[in-house]
Design a protein around this ligand. Structure first.
Ligand code: ADP
Ligand code: MG
Length: 360
């Protein structure tokens, strides 16, 4: 028993009493033991907003509170891991509704698992906060856990520090061996499909940036697509064994499809007249419709390829997962990405999908 052991034990007991006392008397009271600041400590915040009882019978053996989380992988399954970061001023405006932010931070990560055909198990959260703003944390954690509960997954760890607002989530999922939907599996002659609708998130973004104007009702509808994307997890699962390649649309259809083409060393032709426009985008002028559907960003739909013989299976997978799918083109042997109209004439577009270092 070293002095360090006793010191650690005393600090731990002090913290325990302090947190318990705070719980009994007032939820936001500052902890007086061992802290000079009247603010709640990092540990108070983790205990209050990011620690919940573990689900029994799931893959999580040990969650928040130790040096690492313990997950029990299922034999025969492959672990899928993906990380995405949301930075204030870069991915969202200062003052964005914290509940929507909690939802979106997890949704964009789950969307990556959907694109891999993976079933989510758990996630970690690394959070930099300018201040211990409890009203903000309350709403943020409500949005975060709302989506986590909808998919029965647990927050198993993370890190909490002071700094410019930055939310970094890592998700863990599983997929049966050899069944992951990868970017490099497209085959010449495959159909190109996209789920749901495209472009409303970009429309909302430009309206919020005052680059165009929308009626309040239209802005509200489009902003739902920007702030509360729904990860297409059910579709990803249903497409296992059907899709030859898949990607989720975060940066814009042309750029993201370009990643499939590059990894598969192939090209594609897209028919711009088949694009499924978002409900709000559908009433915009044709040039905006086309541009935002092709290069919009933040759609969080799936773009995938499948053999023409599997069209009925693709439609059945879509029905089963409650999401529409649209066939928008086909994979070609020559490595170029062309956009045409229904008559086959070339449509002039540039791929302007978002690049954090390429765009001003
Ligand atoms: P360590 O110093 O060992 O990295 P920390 O003191 O950073 O541990 O965190 C204490 C515990 O709280 C760990 O289990 C960590 O995973 C968890 N944790 C920290 N921040 C968060 C958060 N934002 N969400 C969930 N768990 C968190
Ligand atoms: Mg840490």
């Amino acid at each position: 028993m070293s002095a360090r052991f006793y010191q650690t034990a005393i600090v731990a007991i002090g913290r325990f009493l302090c947190v318990s006392v705070n719980r009994v008397f007032t939820k936001s009271a500052a902890c007086p033991l061992g802290y000079n600041s009247p603010m709640p400590s990092e540990f108070d915040l983790i205990a209050r907003y990011f620690t919940r009882p573990a689900r029994s019978g799931g893959p999580v053996l040990l969650g928040v509170g130790d040096d690492g989380a313990l997950l029990a992988p299922t034999p025969g399954e492959t672990l899928v891991i993906s990380t995405d970061m949301l930075v204030e001023g870069r991915h969202f405006f200062a003052g964005t509704d914290p509940e929507a932010l909690g939802h979106k931070a997890l949704a964009v990560n789950l969307s990556d698992l959907a694109a891999m055909g993976a079933r989510p198990l758990a996630f970690t959260l690394a959070l930099a906060l300018p201040a211990a703003d409890e009203a903000w944390l309350e709403k943020f954690s409500r949005g975060l856990f709302g989506l986590a509960d909808a998919h029965a997954i647990e927050l198993v760890g993370g890190d909490t520090t002071r700094g410019p607002l930055n939310i970094c989530i890592t998700v863990f999922g599983i997929v049966p061996a050899q069944q992951a939907l990868r970017r490099d599996g497209a085959v010449s002659g495959d159909d190109v499909w996209v789920s749901g609708t495209l472009g409303d998130a970009r429309l909302a973004l430009e309206a919020l940036q005052r680059k165009l104007s929308l009626s309040p009702a239209a802005l509200h509808a489009a902003a739902l697509r920007l702030h509360r994307p729904e990860p297409r997890l059910a579709l990803g699962l249903a497409l296992r064994g059907i899709a030859s390649a898949a990607i989720d649309l975060s940066d814009g259809l042309l750029g993201d499809l370009g990643h499939i083409l590059e990894r598969s060393s192939l090209g594609a032709v897209i028919d711009a007249d088949t694009l499924p426009f978002g409900e709000t985008l559908a009433s915009q002028p044709p040039a905006i419709r086309r541009e935002f559907a092709l290069n919009g960003g933040d759609d969080y739909e799936l773009c995938f390829t499948a053999a023409p013989a599997l069209r009925d299976s693709v439609q059945a997978a879509a029905r089963q997962s409650g999401v529409s799918v649209t066939r928008i083109g086909c994979i070609t042997p020559e490595s170029s990405l062309r956009v045409t109209d229904a008559g086959g004439d070339a449509v002039a577009v540039i791929s302007r999908s978002f690049d954090h270092f390429g765009n001003p």
